[in-house]
Design a protein around this ligand. Structure first.
Ligand code: COA
Length: 373
């Protein structure tokens, strides 16, 4: 069995940001337009008025201050309220593949690898832009990688679940050098017209190189000491968009065809689940949570992350133990914990222990215990 190591990560983010103030101004303009258009029904009590959103609420409830988006104008247009993405021909590189290739190249450069060294590409994300061919196969070809590629979706836990697949492939020798990409175009599955969730998501792509310790050539290595995955069915985060929709004669623009959640229930149920999961995983490997130098957690809600770590180490902690990137990026689905790992690991020393952990729809929780070599 070969020992798997992470040798590089890469990040791609769009040029555009939307501040909370810009987002709320556009939402409120949309609400005013809708309320004026339906004034009669609202006065008759047959339709509720849309209530304004607020920057103060968003920052207090979530910790999010801004988000990156591929298309800003479409999202902020009160008459549209979703990104405007140009359709591409079949012989053009698709959008998800384009951002995955950009992040993937950066991760490979960090690992000192070229695409021809890669013999497996895993495209792991909360949404795929088409049914087939698999995004990973297009990305594999665009990069010039060999071997095989496949897509996998475990919503916000796609990246950590992919890390287990990559580590196992390296351990068993079915792949030597695995590239994981997490192209998360969350702006396309978010319902920007829903006040309860319009502030939640942002677009980004992360990438990770996993290979055998013995043949790695990069200067930075993180041993994957263990992975632990868990799932428990819940409808509290759900999106019913799917290939059966047109046969069911349902409205493709109906509310249930984009992201929906019971945010408060998710908060209450997932915090204890994630904390217990990490504690169990560390115990299996013979570690106390207080010995962990850094937790790179899923980035959905500031309070959630603070509570998970407090449950683990028994005290309030700051950014050094559990860095927060969601204030800048918002929730980026499976990419969140990987952005945190990408941006906040340079100060760690050889022997330092860390935990990458995602939690989200499914429910799904995935933890990856790593040590800097
Ligand atoms: N602006 C102003 N007020 C708002 C608002 C907005 N944009 N959205 C909701 N509110 C109001 C609600 O109407 C409610 O008012 P009420 O008390 O008068 O009924 C109040 O704020 C509280 O709403 P609630 O939805 O209970 O807020 P919350 O404190 O639970 O925060 C989330 C909402 C989504 C930020 C929070 O629940 C969360 O992050 N949960 C975890 C989500 C998660 O991890 N999801 C994983 C996704 S991958």
């Amino acid at each position: 069995m070969k020992d798997p190591v992470i040798t590089g990560t890469g990040l791609w983010r769009p040029e555009n940001t939307i501040s909370n103030a810009e987002l709320v101004a556009s939402f409120n303009a949309y609400a005013d337009l809708q309320n004026a258009q339906h004034a009669g029904e609202i006065a008759a009590g047959t339709r509720p008025a849309i209530v304004h959103s607020s920057v103060e609420f968003i920052e207090k409830a979530s910790g999010i201050r801004q988000r990156y988006v591929i298309d800003k104008a479409g999202v902020l247009d009160p008459a549209r309220m979703r990104p405007r993405l140009e359709p591409r021909r079949d012989d053009e590189l698709s959008l998800m593949a384009e951002i995955a290739v950009a992040a993937g190249r950066r991760a490979l450069a960090a690992a000192g690898r070229s695409a021809s060294d890669v013999d497996a590409v895993l495209c792991a994300a909360a949404n795929m832009q088409r049914a087939y061919p698999a995004m990973a196969v297009e990305i594999q070809q665009a990069l010039g990688a060999g071997g095989y590629g496949f897509d996998m979706n475990v919503a916000c836990s796609s990246a950590t679940f992919a890390l287990e697949q990559a580590a196992n492939a390296v351990r068993c020798g079915t792949a030597k050098c695995v590239l994981i990409v997490n192209p998360e175009i969350t702006s396309a599955h978010l319902e920007w017209r829903d006040r309860d969730c319009h502030f939640i998501f942002g677009d980004v792509c992360t990438a990770i190189v996993v290979e055998a310790a013995g043949t790695a050539i990069g200067s930075e290595r993180w041993s994957i000491d263990g992975t632990q995955l868990a799932t428990l069915f819940s409808n509290n985060i759900r999106n019913n968009a799917g290939f059966l929709n047109r046969c069911e004669d349902t409205d493709p623009d109906a509310r249930d065809k984009t992201f929906m959640q019971e945010g408060r229930k998710v908060f209450k149920e997932v915090v204890p689940m994630a904390a217990a999961h990490i504690e169990r995983h560390l115990a299996r490997l013979g570690h106390e949570p207080t010995k962990v130098r850094r937790f790179w957690l899923h980035q959905a809600n500031l309070g959630m992350n603070q509570l998970v770590v407090k449950k683990l180490v028994g005290r309030d902690v700051g950014d050094d133990l559990a860095p927060i990137i969601l204030s800048e990026y918002a929730n980026t689905a499976s990419a969140g914990s990987i952005i945190a790992f990408h941006e906040h690991r340079a100060d760690l020393r050889a022997g330092d222990l860390g935990v990458i952990c995602s939690f989200g729809a499914g429910y799904s929780v995935g933890s990856v215990v790593v040590t800097k070599l």
